[in-house]
Ligand binder design. Sequence first.
Ligand code: CUA
Length: 319
Amino acid sequence: MGPWPLDPRGAQAESISVLYWILFACAVVVLAIVVGALTYSGIKFRDRPGRVAQQTHGSNTLELIWTVVPTLMVISFTALSWDRLNVINDVSSNVAMTVKVEGRQWAWAFTYPDQPMFKLPDGTLLQAGEQLDIPVGQKIKLELTAKDVIHSFWVPNLGGKKDAVPGHTTTMWIEADQAGTYKGQCFEFCGDGHADMLITVVAHPQNEYAAWAKTAVEDQARLTAPETKAGHDAFLAGPCAGCHTVKGTTAAGKVGPDLTHIASKPNIAGVLSPVNQENLTKWVRNAPSIKPGIVMPKFEGVLPDQTIDQIVQWLLTLK
Ligand code: CUA
């Protein structure tokens, strides 16, 4: 089954779905009793010629039952929910690692903890957009915040939802029991791109997690290599990241093509070949003059020439 809260794949989602099923079962029983009694009385005591309804005034037994039973039910639901909430809100015990999550219009960015395995050669920490990689069977604490408006983090198979609020940090935890890919979605309407604000959580077997982290750090180190760092920064800070995705960075735009491997492609937008400094520069400067009607605007005169050069140099490292 897909992303669905009643298909729990982790401790927190499990405790939520157990609570759900208990409440649901009780609700079904109450509904059956009420509708059953109503139907029975409706048929048995219906109006018939010559019958006069018997007049009764109060029944202590009945009144006791319909006061005490619902009271006991509500008290047990409160106790049960309280107990579950303590588990769901416990972000301090047994935490294996803490990942910072930032929501913005319209993507998620994850910053991994300050541990040697996530450190890049330049001292910064591993960062990723859209996809969060976690080890199986470990409690991962998330510290959520938002850059612009309120977003909400929800990966139904792994846990409950939590708002990401600008200027404020909220916390939650997730845990996956089995390796696999879990999908999620921003759950607070946050503008045009809300429906595309997806989350992917990939759970790796514990013994493979360190190897994953090593590769991820190496890949990101390549993306932020000192020689082309200026282009990387300009790409992410400028208009490019709004439309294009480069995996391993926070650029997660969906309007334009994915540029993760642009340097290995045979051509640019199907029209300019090969992908080299000259063609790519021409393209970024004035794409509409090469492919009329294209959504990509011209950046000549919009971005400084030097910035365009830096961006192109960086794009050429994306093999
Ligand atoms: Cu972010 Cu909806």
